[in-house]
Design a protein around this ligand. Sequence first.
Ligand code: ASP
Length: 343
Amino acid sequence: MKKRIYVAYTGGTIGMKRTESGYAPEPGYLTEQIATMPEFDNPALPAFDLHEYAPLLDSSNMTHHNWREIAEDIAAHYDGYDGFIVLHGTDTMAYTASALPFMLSGLQKPVILTGSQIPLCEVRSDARENLITALMIAARYAIPEVCLYFGSTLLRGCRATKVSAGGFDAFASPNYPPLGMVGVDIDIDWDHVLPLDRGVRNRLTLQPLDTSAVSVLRLFPGIAADMVRNMLQPPLKGLIIEAYGVGNGPEKSRDLMDALAEASARGVVIVVCSQCLHGTVDLADYAAGSALAHAGAISGYDMTTETALAKLRYLFSLNLTPDEIRATMQTNLVGELTRPDEE
Ligand code: ASP
């Protein structure tokens, strides 16, 4: 039986049209383009239904409400299809790919996000390869996770980050091996794919994410304690700090450390990620890291900022206490994190 794939088209460059003010999404345009390309009718491809969102978005306009719309769409069509493609702009694709694994609990079918750097309508576009190969992977391989396919590489969604504004290999997962590489053959690295029967319920359940205030703060030399103190005021419930190296911050700025400690004591969950792409946070390595730990911040280990942000929203949605959230943030839930002590 021919496999059936559901394609959720949310927007992004892949379906954009050239306009006087630059590329912009236009309703119906991508479907028209696909209809003119015989390769999408090729028997080697699965049958697919394309559902176009309204409005189509440049992904820089996306919010967590759009993540919910996508997750609900997949859940509503889950039983009728063998796999799912989410066509998405590249700018915030890694954020959506990081949020969906937490929202789609019990996922046992492939969900693959893809898009392109050049629209499908252009002659030298990467859209054709990205979409065709994503369709083939979703149909042929029962990968039970949210992935991101781009530039010949299949990545775990909650490990991916955008690393190039203009290259066709725009995404990487610096702290986790690719799930698959595409050349003459499609090679899936099954040792790194989540197992099908990983103890979760076999039914898909949708977990909407908490919508209250969380934020990200990138440290920089000379950062003002007052600014951080203001940021930590209610209604903020969680903060990801992008710290230096293995998770260091300016421990000599007493005001800054006091502001963090006061917020932690009030229940604000503060998670330290690294500004470096590769490696893991270890708050015990330097005095500058242990000062952050002393102020109540916890290690985000090797999580991307995109994932730490989504996971915080997810854990807040479960109505846990701040201490329970701190403990679970440091536990691997969907393949998003590796703790050095558990390797
Ligand atoms: N601005 C576009 C978007 O994220 C970029 C792209 O799709 O490549 O929607």
